[in-house]
Design a protein around this ligand. Structure first.
Ligand SMILES: Cc1cc2nc3c(=O)[nH]c(=O)nc-3n(C[C@H](O)[C@H](O)[C@H](O)COP(=O)(O)OP(=O)(O)OC[C@H]3O[C@@H](n4cnc5c(N)ncnc54)[C@H](O)[C@@H]3O)c2cc1C
Length: 481
């Protein structure tokens, strides 16, 4: 290897990348790279040196081997909407853009799983599955973003109430390791059947929740589910978080719904008020909806009865101050016909100011939601920001999403700094309530890792070092390497 190739951003590396993927699918032009230097968050833009769009696994292997030889960072990229700066190439390097690897390789309706590549979008998969009467779990993300990137990073979708977070749907994987070898994980390692990760050692854990820092998932097996023909959305409002969380706990104990969510008044506004405005005195502070599905009208009315019982028990036993509220029909359609433009419209979150959006998005025990909301509300109002909070249960009452959508004006440093300060303070206070941020930006890792178990940090670092000895995979994103 010549000296020239050791330099980042060299023509020699660029020429080699062109040889691998073809000139049309590789660029080092500023005008092409700019798009990858920014995202929706507060992160300082940083340019990659190259972008490549490989077509298959063998091209990825060649790129990875070249990156190891030249110590060039690789950033796996689907559409970059992760809201955590997770694809910003802080140290430059190669953006591996999966737009061409967008094949749905198999839909097995007998064993009920699908195999997808990283570039497959929620909309694409949803449409293909719907044609054969199936679905996966879609979130409120923009529909043209990656189902694989969401799933391998513990994404959350409309079936999270029924089955848990999306990573719990994974049934098999094919991965290009940071050193260029390819490995299959799960039943697919032994036959062509991608039905399950069990009962094998869970090596899938080396790539789930690692934010692209330990390998490149090139194929993902995911369980799919028959679309149930009947559905309904029940809604209720409340004066305070204590009331809404007591009702959500009572209802989620039965594990009968697909989705159990509540949003604060500020998140229910479109767009989110920016800067903060006071809620009208007579409006409830919380609006909850739950989606139920079933195989018959009878099943839906049975669930309705149990839902009413949960609501009444929360009122009687917990003194929950709940009020009736009719969920708007357009929103109802958005919740039951996912992925939806209505709920996934980023502009609804960001159009109120200058296009910036981020969140402290967390997994937090349900019993701590009221205390945490009180603290976050104080922090957000102090920074003149709306406490636009959403809570959602996953698979029963144990824990759930607790997050604040935080719009800000990217053109105004003062606005960016205020939002950033509010989010960091929110992460700091959350620690005492058992809160763990999901898809965390490096800033959050830095706060968290200060108080983490040292054995955990040692293990995390050791696994990362073992898999990625040259530290080329999405460097810096774990807060430990
Ligand atoms: C308004 C809004 C609402 C959202 N709501 C939700 C929601 O409800 N639920 C939810 O889960 N998400 C949500 N998101 C986050 C995000 O949009 C989705 O998770 C989306 O599906 C991620 O896909 P992406 O193409 O943007 O991934 P990217 O941002 O491109 O990638 C995400 C991470 O995965 C890594 N990665 C990419 N490809 C690979 C690969 N092949 N192998 C290994 N690592 C890889 C990247 O390096 C990065 O760390 C929301 C985003 C917005 C803007």
């Amino acid at each position: 290897m010549s000296d020239a190739i050791k330099k980042r951003g060299s023509d020699e590396i660029y020429n080699k990348l062109k040889e691998i993927v073809g000139e049309e699918y590789c660029s080092n032009k500023e005008s092409d790279l700019f798009h990858y230097s920014i995202d929706l968050t507060w992160y300082t833009p940083s340019m990659p040196d190259y972008v490549v769009a490989p077509l298959d696994v063998s091209e990825i292997q060649k790129i990875v081997r070249l990156a190891n030889l030249t110590h060039t960072p690789i950033i796996p990229y689907c559409t970059g909407t992760n809201i955590g700066g997770l694809c910003i190439p802080e140290e430059g390097g190669i953006i591996l853009d999966f737009r061409r690897m967008n094949r749905i390789i198999r839909i097995d309706t007998e064993t009920e799983y699908t195999i997808i590549e990283p570039g497959v979008t929620h909309a694409q998969l949803s449409a293909a599955l719907k044609e054969v009467g199936f679905e996966s779990s879609w979130g409120v993300h923009p529909a043209p973003t990656s189902h694989l990137a969401m799933t391998v990073n513990h994404g959350i979708g409309h079936l999270s109430g029924r089955f848990g977070v999306n990573s719990q749907f994974i049934s098999g994987m094919e991965v290009v390791l940071p050193t260029g070898e390819v490995a299959k994980i799960g039943s697919c390692a032994y036959s062509d059947s991608w039905h399950s990760l069990y009962p094998l050692p869970m090596l899938s854990g080396l790539f789930i929740g690692w934010l692209g820092t330990t390998g490149i998932v090139t194929k993902l097996g995911i369980w799919i589910h028959k679309i149930r023909p009947f559905n309904d959305v029940y809604s209720i409002a409340a004066e305070d978080m204590e009331s809404i969380s007591s009702y959500m706990k009572r209802w989620s104990d039965y594990q009968l719904c697909d989705d159990n969510t509540a949003v604060s008044w500020w998140l229910a506004q479109i767009p989110i008020p920016y800067p903060y405005i006071e809620k009208p005195k007579d409006d409830p502070e919380w609006f909850a909806y739950t989606v139920v599905t079933g195989w018959s009208e009878d099943e839906i009315s049975f669930k309705r009865k149990i839902w009413e019982k949960s609501r009444d028990t929360a009122i009687k036993e917990d003194n929950a101050k709940l009020v009736d509220f009719e969920y708007p029909s357009e929103a109802k359609r958005g919740r039951t016909e996912l992925p939806s433009r209505i709920v996934g419209s980023t502009k609804n979150y960001a159009k109120s100011c200058g296009g910036g959006i981020a969140w402290p998005g967390t997994f937090t025990p349900l019993k701590n939601w009221p205390m945490l909301y009180k603290e976050w509300k104080k922090i957000y109002i102090k920074h003149n920001l709306s406490p636009a909070v959403r809570v959602t249960n996953y698979w029963g009452p144990h824990y759930g999403m607790f997050r604040a959508m935080t719009p800000f004006d990217k053109r105004d440093p003062n606005s960016v700094n205020k939002a950033k300060a509010a989010m960091s303070e929110a992460i700091k206070v959350g620690q005492k309530y058992g809160m763990i941020p999901y898809k965390p930006p490096v800033d959050y890792w830095n706060i968290l890792n200060e108080h983490a178990d040292q054995g955990w940090i040692m293990l995390l670092t050791r696994v990362k070092d073992m898999l990625d000895p040259n530290h080329i995979m999405n460097p810096g994103k774990l807060g430990v390497r």
